[in-house]
Ligand binder design. Structure first.
Ligand code: GLP
Length: 250
């Protein structure tokens, strides 16, 4: 593993996805061990799957306890039924929550069926605040630099809000649906401000198709055209890459 630093962001370049997942597990599990009532921010996507397997394994081995942990997920499609196997709620239950000793009531994913979505977004922010803020936020990155569903734009959005997905993201995510038409056109996402208020951030990124987004985030301008670039202004970010995702910064 190679350790690097870009504008204050710690970067770990790993030889393989397995190594990347093991490093991420070490950091996240280590943090949870220190604080039983941990508030964990979670992400969906293929990138954190290895991390979630690692956390489930550590839980099973009795190394970490989720019984008092509370979680907030970054985003969810809108509208979507939580029982739909493409919903992020379904993804989280399947890949993490059902495999650890967390109380389901302590797991939050934005409500893809909210009737008053604006009111929902406000309440999500309030609930994060009431929980004492996010101790550690897990992130992936989109091919266009999005974090959560904060798509390239002319500004950074502060709080949880509704977004219209870009064509690029709908295409990227259509691999999970039967056709691109079935991908919801909107989503609810934490804002970039919500993410930046997390005390610690761990981003996991693998694959060559992310190499440009990673390069933009670490070496380009801080710009809402690459929403992840704002992470440079956060004081505790670790980005864990495999060689392919790091191929344009080495
Ligand atoms: C999705 C999610 C993001 C995720 C990203 C990358 O659209 N909204 O939170 O980080 O895209 O996904 P993957 O890890 O599958 O490449």
């Amino acid at each position: 593993m190679k350790k690097m630093q870009f504008h204050g962001i710690k970067v770990l370049v790993c030889d393989s996805y397995d190594e990347l997942s093991a490093e991420a597990t070490k950091i996240v599990a280590g943090a949870i061990k220190k604080k039983p009532r941990f508030v964990l921010g979670l992400a969906t996507g293929t990138s954190p799957l290895g991390l979630y397997k690692g956390l489930a394994k550590a839980n099973k081995a009795g190394e970490i306890d989720f019984s008092e942990v509370r979680t907030f997920n970054l985003d969810e499609y809108y509208p979507i039924d939580p029982k739909n196997d493409q919903s992020y709620r379904y993804f989280m239950n399947k890949n993490l929550f059902n495999k650890i000793n967390i109380k389901k009531k302590n797991t939050r994913v934005p409500d893809g069926q909210a009737k008053d979505v604006k009111a929902f977004c406000e309440s999500y922010e309030e609930d994060i605040k009431a929980a004492g803020g996010i101790d550690l936020q897990v992130l992936g990155i989109g091919r266009n630099g999005h974090i959560g569903f904060n798509e390239p734009a002319d500004k950074f959005y502060d709080k949880t809000h509704v977004v219209t997905l870009t064509k690029n993201t709908i295409e990227a995510n259509s691999r999970f649906f039967e056709s691109a038409d079935l991908v919801p056109k909107k989503a609810i996402t934490m804002g970039v401000g919500t993410i930046m208020r997390a005390k610690k951030i761990v981003m996991v990124v693998n694959g060559e198709n992310k190499a440009d987004a990673v390069k933009g985030m670490l070496t380009g301008d801080v710009t809402p055209k690459n929403q992840a670039s704002i992470l440079r202004f956060h004081k505790d970010v670790t980005v864990i890459l495999d060689k392919e995702a790091a191929s344009k910064i080495l």
